[in-house]
Ligand binder design. Sequence first.
Ligand code: MN
Length: 339
Amino acid sequence: MLDENDYAAIMSELNCERPLFFMHDDPDGLASFLLLYRHCRKGNGVLVKTAPVVDARYLRKVDEYSPDKIFVVDVAVVEQEFIDKAKVPVVWIDHHEPLKRSNAVYFNPRVKTKSAYFPATYICYRAVKQDLWIAMVGCVGDWFLPEFSDEFAEQYPDLLDRGIKNPDDALFKSKLGVLVRLFSFVLKGKTTDAMKCVRILTRVKSPYDILMQRTPDGRFLYRRYEKFNSQYQKLLSEALSGIGKDKLFVFAYSNQTSFSSDLANDILYRYPDKFIIIGREKDDEIRMSLRARDVMVLPRLKKALEGVDGYGGGHEYACGANVKKKDFARFVDALKAQL
Ligand SMILES: [Mn+2]
């Protein structure tokens, strides 16, 4: 767990002139960036797409921008080579499995408490103490209902009911959940379009500007959300029509845009006793999101990956994996055998 000294240290790190922020491309990463950026109102953001890794490929972004400091938020891996070659201080705020790196300032609650679960957004909010609504979007996006939920429900009673006591209900039974999906969907599609939405979000004053489309900015974001939401709803009903009696539920699709983690979360909420694999075909691979609630996903995934051409990892009950198409059936069988 981090404490007030850590949060104060994050605040003093933000005291710089040209920060460059690398963020994970999901609601937690986006909200983390927004909280830090909206506090200092300086610098530039970069989306870390595909794999949650900041490595030497991203040095080009550093060269282009010439920052005086680099922040990395909600990205599981920062390679030592990146830190060494970036030539400016690197501040890394994360909540995945802790890694050992030298010459980076590292804030991760799991360094001290292995089992701690606090999204990166939570850490950033405890530091900057502003933009409560953005903090709630990021936390609930990572299935976490923070202690400031009550304060939020008081200020925005129509966005979150005070009776809601778990993140699932916040995600699927409240208007806050719409904002979470919006934070997820506006990051989809072309990076230039996604970054336009990110920039708009740095200046939005109120969540109602978006939800009620009260301003041109809010309307733009909502339209972008609707565009992807209609694709998403189509895929969701297609997936749901295939639900059967088996413990294991596998749905594969080949959309250009990935909705795997959104679909996996949504279907798990409706069918909490299923083990869910949502896979998207891309080139000769299947890229998957895996979820379950009553059995651990990570150890079963590791075992199923033995002897197949693929890799994967993540949290205990929520993982991602990539397997070559030719091995997919064997991978699914290996998982099934463990259920
Ligand atoms: Mn994330």
